[in-house]
Write a protein that binds this ligand. Structure first.
Ligand code: WT7
Length: 663
């Protein structure tokens, strides 16, 4: 079940024996102070989980009307806090206005060119209400979908909150996606309005967003009625009369009074697209009540944010991490959440440390791929900065190599900051497996233990338990408040993809994560990677099929098979095996053209690292391409495994030989 490069991971992490305990000074002030406290909380959460979640919902959130029932579980369909009425923006903004938090910065933002902006809770309230009134003026009503395709600027966050304020459903589309990807997502979500910007700044360049929008909407009058454009770069752009509007024009004389819409707990909050093992991205649907509670409480207990803290999650709001731990979780807790438009780049490799020093960031949450790129740049870069404000570090997105963990701990955290390695997914809405910084000791490379209320397990492909320290499929055995409710417009895919993947035991309904993991004898979970044809490139999920479809859409390509190849910084890189149509020659120019074609079809994050031409791909008798062998070839490993299942085994040696030229 585990393919070879994953077995290597097991061997290396099996050797990991270091344990790092929470510093006693941290534990003393933490919300959850000891392992005993965690165990007690966990036991409570499992023995009567409805009571546990019900109490928290009552204590931690404001409801206009209390729910009748905590949970209705009709597997795999769950409803949380039935008939409860709330608005997530009331919890994220309004309730902080009656205390001293009113004048506390909610959002601290810095643009890549160095401009900056701070919005207090009071100012955020005004901006969200104004934006919400703009949406209303454009006839957006409860339940309508609004797409947001933006750089990381305050208006992007304001737009999300404005949607939630009036009960419309947002779908944020990462600003790095191409016109093609944008179009697919706009169509699937049936978004009525698109909020965008003229462009944004990234890696010392202007990224033109509006021009991508124009391509996506060209000859497509059936998608998106109106486009709202935020001025960011001031480059010249085309505005289509009757379709495109500048935000600043729409906001002239707009009222800043917009009471929150009373929403049902199970109304949709947002759709967020993510990659699966088929070509079509999945629109993961999250609903308001359960998501509000789970992101609130995980932020509070995992990041342990105190009122004086400045908290920084580096994820773009185009991903779930930005949604849950950039925007909703921190704001619900009344925290100061920092956002940065740019990313580290050769001209400014120390920009993250510079921001931490200048804003005195206390809690910092980023991805292993970023940490690996910092290691490569050298220790002297972070050492030039004063990072002493930091008291807690976090990672997310992919397994962190123990050595990378140690570097983060020693060089960035100065051996005084606990590190939380948080395992979760777009579908889970919030963190599922993690350490708690004051209570649970860390083992570098392990995501540690389940969050209260979560029951993960490791099973084989029949759904049977596997012994400790053996790799298997990571599953979740119980419903949790922020679980996905649906795949937008595809209930069948939701049911089959996540819940019916294992041969069914009569009364068991388990959530299938798509990851493999092992549990050690202390109950710690070690995530090993995906078991499906989904790759993790710099912490971004991309499906093999999506990439293959993009390649095959080029006239020169006959067939393509795409696998992940281990990569020092990115974790995995894209390796494509391609056969050509008659009349096309395997040249270096064609390689560059195909790489560029994929960027155009999907976006820059999908640029293949390697394209290897071949006359044939290894196939089974039924014509299925066997990616297992291709993974070994891409990883420069010896070919192992039963070749008898393929009809053209000779091609393997040929591919291996030619692969040397690429490695
Ligand atoms: C996949 C989900 C939600 C976080 C951002 C990515 C991998 C995520 C970890 C971790 C090992 C991790 C898994 C998962 N992953 N966090 N701490 N350790 N692997 O969200 O795009 O939905 O991807 O990211 O493979 O299935 P996503």
């Amino acid at each position: 079940m585990l393919n070879h490069h994953k077995e290597d991971t097991i061997e290396s992490v099996l050797k990991e024996k270091r344990i790092i305990h929470p510093p006693s000074t941290f534990s003393a002030n933490a919300r959850i102070k000891s392992f005993q406290d965690y165990e007690k909380l966990y036991q409570e959460s499992i023995s009567d989980s409805e009571n546990f979640w019900g109490n928290l919902a009552e204590k931690e959130l404001h409801w206009f009307n209390k729910w009748d029932r905590v949970l209705e579980w009709d597997p795999p369909h769950a409803k949380w806090f039935l008939n409860g009425k709330l608005n997530i923006t009331y919890n994220c903004i309004d309730r902080h206005l009656t205390s001293s938090r009113r004048n506390k910065p909610a959002i601290v933002w810095e643009g890549e060119p160095g401009d900056s902006r701070t919005l207090t809770y009071e100012e955020l309230h005004v901006e969200v209400c104004k934006f919400a009134n703009v949406l209303k003026q454009l006839k957006v009503t409860k339940g309508d979908c609004v797409a947001i395709y933006m750089p990381m600027i305050p208006e992007a966050i304001i737009a999300m909150l404005a949607c939630a304020r009036i009960g419309s459903v947002h779908t944020v589309i990462f600003g790095g996606f191409s016109a093609e990807s944008l179009k697919d997502r706009l169509k699937d979500s049936q978004a009525k309005i698109l909020v965008t910007a003229d462009g944004g700044f990234r890696k010392d360049k202007i990224i033109s967003l509006k021009s991508q929008v124009d391509i996506a909407l060209k000859n497509n009058s059936s998608i998106v009625e109106k486009v709202v454009v935020v001025k960011r770069t001031s480059e010249s752009i085309a505005m289509e009369h009757g379709r495109d509007y500048w935000l600043h024009d729409l906001q002239q004389d707009i009222s800043d009074n917009c009471p929150p819409e009373i929403m049902d707990s199970e109304d949709a909050l947002f759709i967020l697209y993510t990659s699966g093992s088929t070509g079509k991205p999945k629109g993961v649907v999250h609903t308001i009540g359960g998501y509000s509670l789970y992101t609130h409480i995980t932020t509070k207990w995992i990041f342990d944010i105190q009122d004086t803290d400045t908290y920084w999650c580096t994820a773009d709001i185009g991903w779930i991490t930005g949604h849950s731990y950039g925007v909703y979780g921190p704001l619900s807790n009344g925290a100061t959440s920092l956002f940065y438009e740019g990313v580290p780049r050769p001209s400014n490799p120390g920009c993250f440390w510079d921001i931490i020093e200048r804003y005195k960031v206390n809690i910092f949450y980023t991805a292993p791929t970023a940490i690996r790129s910092f290691i490569k740049m050298g220790d002297d870069i972070p050492k030039k900065f004063n990072l002493s404000s930091l008291r807690l570090l976090g990672t997310v997105g992919e397994p962190i190599n123990p050595e990378v963990w140690m570097w983060y701990y020693e060089i960035i955290g100065n051996e005084k900051c606990p590190i939380v390695d948080t395992w979760w997914q777009t579908e889970t809405g919030g963190v599922m497996i993690t350490s708690l910084p004051g209570a649970i000791s860390s083992k570098p490379g392990s995501a540690s233990l389940p969050f209260p209320g979560i029951v993960p397990d490791i099973v084989d492909k029949n759904g049977d338990n596997v012994p400790d320290n053996t790799g298997g499929l990571l599953i979740i055995k119980n419903p949790w408040p922020s679980m996905l409710r649906n795949i937008h417009g595809d209930r069948q895919r939701f049911e089959e993809n996540y819940w019916n993947s294992l041969s069914k035991k009569s009364d068991e309904h388990i959530y299938f994560s798509g990851d493999s993991a092992r549990r050690d004898s202390d109950g710690y979970f070690w995530i090993l990677g995906r078991t499906d044809d989904v790759m993790n490139i710099s912490g971004h999920r991309l499906g093999s099929m999506e990439l293959e479809s993009a390649l095959v859409s080029h006239q020169a390509v006959n067939e393509a098979s795409v696998v992940g190849k281990p990569h020092e910084i990115k974790g995995e890189d894209i390796y494509a095996f391609v056969t050509l149509n008659n009349g096309f020659e395997a040249t270096n120019e064609l390689i560059s053209e195909l790489k560029q074609h994929v960027v155009q079809e999907i976006g820059a994050i999908a640029r293949p690292g390697t394209i290897q031409f071949t006359r044939e791909l290894p196939k089974t008798r039924s014509g299925k391409i066997v990616r297992r062998f291709l993974r070994q070839i891409a990883a420069n490993q010896n070919i192992k495994g039963d070749r008898s299942t393929i009809v053209n085994p000779d091609i393997l040696d040929e591919l291996k030989e030619q692969a040397q030229l690429h490695n």
